[in-house]
Design a protein around this ligand. Structure first.
Ligand code: NDP
Ligand code: OXD
Length: 309
């Protein structure tokens, strides 16, 4: 039987080893760079591939991303014919949906303004509006965006969503395709990005999108740093086109100390914490994928390498 290679500069292998070996006691769990004979490795759990790539593992059947996103794997660089799966489950999706509700309510109930006011002892009564008068737009209606859209709906918000292929979700006004994006943006004063980062979505949070949104709207980026044109955001906040932004993901993480986002009064920086899956709950899914890979079956959450997500 083959061995599993664990390779991450972020994740602790000792968090994964116990739940995986509990479910699969004969699992041969090896941690990069001490993997022994590369020919033994048939399954890899990876956040970012090592610098030399994964080409030396000639018997590799599948790669389990340690994230829900896979852009950091650089799909084109991975050995051809090897299946790739994303790590996303109900626990992660629920935590992400909570974060979306939290950020949407923070803007909807003007908490960002009250936070700023409280620093300068300013008593400003702003009449709260019902959630039904606010439209939130989700960019991405997949495992995460779709779950968040439904939870936002239960709060009372009007919810719109945008995907690549047309979709139907009860209670959510769905848009698709490039022109659908701007039709949706015109209706939504809080846009939340939960897209995968692909060549098509790179830089999609840009001036054209901000100009299509109502004056004084809000942006929440939970996808990847590469979705955002940073200079366009700063200009939109400066002009008042956007009234605030919450950013959880960045081109360089941790965000460098001298980055202008840190001290910006209208930007909330969070350190890639919108959601995360725990090893304990996700181990079942990983073990199932090890079994499937070894049996030559499609993986759970298998990525379409041509589409990039
Ligand atoms: P999915 O693959 O399940 O869904 C992706 C969605 O984006 C789909 O609705 C898809 O459309 C849509 N989409 C993709 N490309 C385009 C396009 N060109 N135009 C319009 N819509 C497009 O992904 P998840 O929901 O699981 O995850 C989304 C992203 O969230 C991840 O890739 C990752 O970057 C990020 N993430 C962030 C975390 C954080 O803590 N900040 C944690 C986990 C993930 P269609 O349905 O038509 O295919
Ligand atoms: C991600 C994750 O892909 O944290 O961002 O899972």
């Amino acid at each position: 039987m083959g061995a599993l290679l664990f390779c991450s500069n972020l994740d602790d292998p000792e968090e994964w080893r116990p739940p995986l070996t509990k479910l699969m006691p004969d699992l041969d769990f090896r941690v990069y760079p001490k993997f022994g004979d590369p020919a033994d490795i048939d399954f890899a759990m990876v956040w970012r591939p090592p610098e030399e790539g994964l080409g030396q593992f000639k018997n590799l059947k599948a790669i389990q991303s340690l994230g829900a996103g896979v852009n950091q794997l650089n799909l084109a660089s991975l050995p051809k014919g090897v299946a790739v799966a994303r790590l996303v489950d109900e626990v992660l999706a629920k935590a992400m949906a909570e974060f979306c509700v939290l950020t949407a309510l923070r803007y909807h109930r003007n908490i960002d303004v009250h936070e700023r006011n409280s620093r300068v002892k300013k008593w400003e009564y702003i009449i709260p509006r019902p959630a039904e008068q606010r439209t939130v737009g989700m960019l991405g209606l997949g495992a995460l965006g779709g779950t968040a859209a439904k939870l936002l709906k239960t709060i009372g918000f009007k919810v719109c969503g945008w995907s690549r292929a047309p979709k139907t979700i009860e209670g959510v006004e769905c848009f698709a395709g490039p022109d659908g994006l701007y039709r949706m943006a015109a209706k939504t004063s809080i846009v939340i990005c939960l897209l995968p980062l692909t060549p098509e979505t790179q830089g999609i949070l840009n001036r054209k999108l901000f100009d299509a949104m109502p004056q004084g709207s809000f942006l929440v980026n939970l996808g990847r740093g590469g979705h955002l044109k940073e200079a366009d955001l700063l200009a939109a906040l400066e002009s008042g086109r956007l009234a605030g932004a919450t950013l959880d993901v960045f081109n360089t993480e941790p965000l460098p100390d001298d980055h202008p986002f840190w001290n910006h009064p209208k930007i909330l920086v969070t350190p890639h914490v919108a959601s995360t899956g725990g090893a304990d709950t996700a181990a079942t899914l990983v073990v199932e994928n090890i079994r499937r890979a070894r049996a030559g079956k499609p993986l759970i959450n298998q990525v379409d390498r041509a589409k990039g997500y």
